[in-house]
Design a protein around this ligand. Structure first.
Ligand SMILES: [Zn+2]
Length: 67
C-alpha cells in the first residue's frame, strides 16, 4: 500500500515541505529538497534513475505554535 507521505517524480506535490529522495537513501546518500504544494515533483539531480520516490519528512505548515 502506498504511503500517504511518499510521491513519485511527475506527481503533484500535495504538501509543501521538506522531502527526501528515497532512492538516494537506499543508496546511502542523503538528498533533501523543499517542494511547494501544487508543483510537479521533479527528478532527483543526484539519482541516475528517471523516476524517484520523494518522502515527506517535514511539512512546511506543521509548525505548532504553543506559546
Ligand atoms: Zn535521489
Amino acid at each position: 500500500m502506498n504511503s500517504s507521505r511518499t510521491w513519485k517524480t511527475g506527481e503533484i506535490c500535495r504538501v509543501s515541505g521538506t522531502y527526501r529522495c528515497q532512492n538516494c537513501r537506499f543508496a546511502g546518500r542523503e538528498v533533501v529538497r523543499e517542494f511547494e504544494a501544487g508543483k510537479i515533483l521533479p527528478m532527483c539531480a543526484t539519482c541516475p534513475d528517471k523516476d524517484v520516490t520523494w518522502r515527506l519528512m517535514k511539512p512546511a505548515g506543521a509548525i505548532t505554535a504553543t506559546a
